[in-house]
Unconditional design. Structure first.
Length: 234
């Protein structure tokens, strides 16, 4: 299965502490966060990675040039295409029918094998890994019916608590790419998923138990470093 990792964002909220590299390359004890994300996926037997790059793409390309244990393909966008546009831009590089898509600035250590089995059992077109959050005001939330079909994407709402949010990891069948217009900036959450749900009932949410760690702000980056970096030996 191909793994597409979205690495092209500008990372403006993190710029005050990470200014010389793309956000997914923020250092965790001399290794970039992207390495930790790839290590996690490798643990489930995944070995072909398509890195969707934009801002400071050369930093990512240089780091992964020559790596032998995995196959790394660089897909580069000349101008910002958004999360959906970046995936469409990478279409010529795809080999598998089912795609694992992940944000390059967050990690959710859920059981990806169970997630993939759920996707197959439901014969889903789209499955989204969900996590329980006490802070959906910042993430928005995903509404499910009793069969775990996705029925809504709620934007950030003040006062909302204890909701399921997207963990930033998705399973797509290639048909999903038909809903994305090439060479146009588009968002998965706001442009593609709503029209997909309206047109098709094979969109599901898998409710995992793992927490989402993201590095989108200086405070979250520090929290992720505390959670993911092993204690230094004295």
């Amino acid at each position: 299965m191909d793994v597409l990792i979205l690495c092209g964002g500008l990372g403006t909220r993190l710029r005050e502490v990470v200014s010389d590299r793309p956000k997914p390359m923020a250092e965790f004890q001399d290794r970039p966060f992207l390495d930790l994300l790839i290590d996690y996926f490798q643990g489930f037997g995944l070995s072909r990675f398509i890195l969707c790059t934009g801002f400071q793409a050369d930093v990512i390309r240089d780091h992964y040039t020559g790596r032998q244990d995995i196959e790394v393909v660089i897909s580069h966008e000349e101008f910002p295409l958004g999360t959906a546009g970046a995936i469409k831009n990478a279409e010529p590089h795809l080999q598998s029918g089912t795609l694992l898509v992940a944000n390059g600035d967050s990690l959710c250590r859920a059981d990806l094998q169970a997630f993939a089995e759920f996707h197959r059992e439901q014969k889903a077109l789209l499955s989204i890994l969900l996590a329980k959050s006490d802070d959906p005001e910042d993430y928005g939330s995903v509404g499910l019916d009793e069969e775990q079909r996705i029925i809504s994407f709620e934007e950030k709402q003040l006062g909302q608590r204890h909701a399921y949010v997207s963990a930033g990891i998705y399973l797509f069948e290639r048909k999903v790419l038909h809903y994305i217009t090439p060479e146009i900036k588009q968002s998965l959450e706001y442009d593609v998923f709503p029209q997909l749900i309206k047109a098709n009932d094979r969109c599901y949410g898998y409710t995992g138990q793992a927490e989402v760690l993201d590095i989108g702000t200086p405070q979250r980056l520090q929290r992720a470093r505390n959670e993911l970096s092993p204690p230094s030996s004295s």
